[in-house]
Design a protein around this ligand. Structure first.
Ligand code: GUN
Length: 293
């Protein structure tokens, strides 16, 4: 059994990007600049956004954090997005989700210029991804594809089962794994809450991507020997012995399943750290105008 060290791989990739930034600076080029818009004071969102901004600083990117109160109107937020769209200094930006209920997330996502949509959430980027055209990939799927590639995990012709059909993880993952590309060329089943006989699918799988948001859902009896498991879940479970009163577990019952796996990602320290790296890679691409010349 091999553990896929997402944290270590994320650090390796960040070091590579930092070298590229040095080369850009040495050549007198423009330093990549990411902006993040955070609405409200949700603790988890604040922590995610801070981690993104901190990562930018560490690798030599510029970053701008725009914090607005929960009470901000939709039109004021749209005005901020319009300004970022037009600001040549900003290469890419994100609006952290979820947004307060009075703001229409779909409207906000559509307002972001696709060329600056480094989250890859705009339907133009999603559509380009589905057609195999140059695009910004959403952070989690991009991070997973990087893991598969850098660990030389054979995907072509394999049976892949994706659990969960969200717009930002499950659905794009199923497209990327089946795409005529490397990594890719897999036979993919996208399973969800209405799937019948789920274990019959997972038992057949060479590769499982679990992104359904249910703690310890995948157990040893559901997988075959030698399976590769990518666990996207980040679930809080009560733990009176932990300092915060809870600990984080994935969608896969790691202790139960790990022995049967050829590769497995831990939680924490697996997929999570790779998502920030994806955002940085997209921002570098935005700065170089690689996707939208
Ligand atoms: N909320 C949870 N994950 C994400 C993400 O990747 N991007 C944004 N903008 N918001 C999120």
């Amino acid at each position: 059994m091999n553990i896929i060290d997402g944290k270590g791989l994320a650090n390796t990739i960040k070091a590579e990007i930092a070298e590229e930034v040095k080369a850009i600076v040495a050549a007198g080029g423009k330093v990549p600049h990411l902006a993040a818009v955070l609405v409200g004071d949700d603790a988890a969102s604040l922590s995610y956004v801070r981690s993104k901004v901190r990562s930018c600083e560490k690798i030599g990117f510029k970053s701008t954090l725009i914090q607005e109160p929960t009470s901000i109107t939709e039109s004021k937020l749209l005005a901020i997005i319009d300004k970022l769209n037009k600001d040549d200094e900003i290469d890419g930006f994100i609006v952290q989700l979820p947004l307060p209920k009075h703001i229409d997330e779909e409207k906000v996502t559509l307002a972001i210029e696709p060329a600056k949509d480094v989250d890859g959430f705009h339907p133009v980027n999603f559509g380009r991804m589905a057609q195999g055209l140059p695009c910004y990939l959403p952070a989690t799927p991009y991070g997973i594809m990087q893991m598969l590639e850098r660990y030389n995990i054979d995907v072509e012709g394999k049976e892949c089962v994706v659990l969960g059909r969200s717009n930002i993880v499950g659905t794009p993952m199923s497209i990327l794994l089946s795409r005529k590309n490397s990594p890719g060329n897999a036979t993919v089943s996208l399973c969800h809450s209405r799937t019948k006989n789920l274990a019959e699918h997972t038992k057949r799988a060479d590769i499982i991507v679990a992104a359904l948001g249910r703690a310890n859902f995948v157990t040893a009896d559901m997988v075959k020997e030698g399976v590769v498991i990518i666990d996207v879940g980040i679930n809080r479970v009560d733990d009176p012995e932990a300092k915060r009163g809870y600990r984080l577990v994935g969608d896969v019952d790691y202790k139960d399943v790990a022995e049967k796996c050829s590769y497995i990602t831990p939680v924490p320290g697996g997929v999570g750290p790779m998502t920030v790296t994806s955002l940085l890679m997209n921002t570098l691409k935005a700065c170089r105008k690689e996707i939208y010349p």
